[in-house]
Design a protein around this ligand. Structure first.
Ligand SMILES: NC(=O)c1ccc[n+]([C@@H]2O[C@H](COP(=O)([O-])OP(=O)(O)OC[C@H]3O[C@@H](n4cnc5c(N)ncnc54)[C@H](O)[C@@H]3O)[C@@H](O)[C@H]2O)c1
Length: 339
């Protein structure tokens, strides 16, 4: 069974099993395919794809080391040698770092060529590969980039089922986030099965949440901000702990839930149970509160003086609100960041 979603009229997302054979959208003039990938598991998938398509493969460094201008430059040189033209396609196979990079190269080569993304991590599948935000790091993370939708994203559930536990946990935080924003069936699946939540249930649902929010708000002027649930305080935790992105977002969601409880009577203990049940952390003891506050107020989502955060009036009912210093204090105490 293959589910199909659209993040834009020109951006199709397919989720299923045995779906790599039918990878490229039909295109008469295509004569060449360039496959970008990262080392390890992704490279194996990429080699299979390149073999089937008759395309060439370029392997970049692992993780965020790939999101670098020198790497981008060497890919441009390779595309020039390949003679990759306007009607050709760049295929990106790997985690979020690789799909961010591949999307950026596609957005800029010849002022934009078609990209097709094959996310091989859970985070990539439900978040990074969907929505057309591409980018590389310079001075800070993702400071250089472009909005450029992939014409197709292909999410192979067999690849995701085989992921190591840590990478599953990493992605599950963003899936649970999607659940609390817009689809309580996701929350229910994690409540029942914890880390054993079925990917064929939660991945299409999380993809649907992200795709539909992006479809309504490509450039983040409105509802797209809801996807930042857990990210305001999560970013500070990610930097200071340091902690991987997914677990840090989990802590950030608990913090946002504390303010939501204070304001709207949201049931924080239920969210804590779901997050903990999925094997994710619900606190970050030992962090310096002063440093946390500094990073939170520096967060790029702030508007003027006030810190803006996504809160939950109830499960499935996100709101974007200014929060007070006292509320941030309360949130930090809720995740055991002591003064
Ligand atoms: N564009 C967006 O909207 C968006 C959203 C969220 C995150 N991101 C970006 O995504 C990146 C993080 O995503 P990520 O964690 O997927 O990154 P990643 O690409 O660094 O992958 C993490 C690790 O998993 C490995 N890996 C990939 N596929 C695997 C597989 N099938 N089995 C085993 N290991 C595998 C990779 O080699 C890497 O070591 C960051 O650069 C972040 O900025 C972008």
């Amino acid at each position: 069974v293959t589910d199909t979603f659209w993040a834009a009229p020109e951006s199709e997302i397919k989720v299923g099993r045995d779906i790599l054979d039918d990878l490229l959208p039909p295109r008469l003039a295509r004569s060449n395919t360039a496959v970008l990938t990262q080392p390890g598991q992704a490279r194996q998938v990429a080699d299979g794809i390149a073999g089937a398509l008759g395309g060439a493969v370029f392997e970049v460094p692992d993780r965020d080391a790939a999101k670098d201008l020198t790497v981008v430059g060497s890919i441009y040189d390779w595309l020039f040698d390949l003679n990759l033209g306007r009607s050709d396609t760049i295929v990106g196979v790997g985690g979020g770092a690789l799909t961010d990079l591949a999307g950026f190269v596609a957005a800029t080569w010849l002022r934009g060529v078609e990209s097709v993304l094959v996310p091989t991590t859970l985070l990539g599948a439900v978040d990074a590969s969907i929505g057309g935000k591409t980018g590389i790091n310079r001075q800070g993370k993702n400071l250089v980039g472009a909005f450029w939708h992939p014409s197709r994203v292909v999410v192979d559930l067999d690849i995701l089922d085989a992921l190591p536990v840590a990478l599953k946990r990493e992605g599950s935080a963003e899936i649970i986030k999607a659940g609390y924003i817009a689809d309580l069936a996701i929350v229910e699946e994690y409540r029942r099965f914890g880390p054993e939540a079925r990917l064929e249930v939660v991945v299409p649902r999380a993809v649907a949440v992200k795709a539909s929010i992006v479809a309504g708000d490509f450039r983040e002027s409105g509802d797209r901000a809801f996807l930042n649930l857990g990210h305001t305080i999560g970013h500070a935790v990610e930097i200071l702990a340091p902690m991987a992105h997914g677990p840090a977002v989990a802590v950030g969601m608990v913090a946002a839930a504390a303010i939501s409880e204070h304001r709207y009577g949201f049931d924080r203990s239920d969210l804590v149970a779901v997050v903990r049940g999925a094997g994710l952390p619900v606190g970050a003891p030992g962090l310096d509160r002063h440093e946390c506050l500094r990073l939170i107020s520096r967060d790029k989502k702030r508007a003027g003086e006030a810190v803006r955060m996504v809160l939950l009036e109830a499960p499935g009912r996100p709101v974007l609100e200014n929060v007070t210093g006292e509320e941030i204090d309360l949130a930090l105490s809720a995740v055991q960041v002591k003064s």
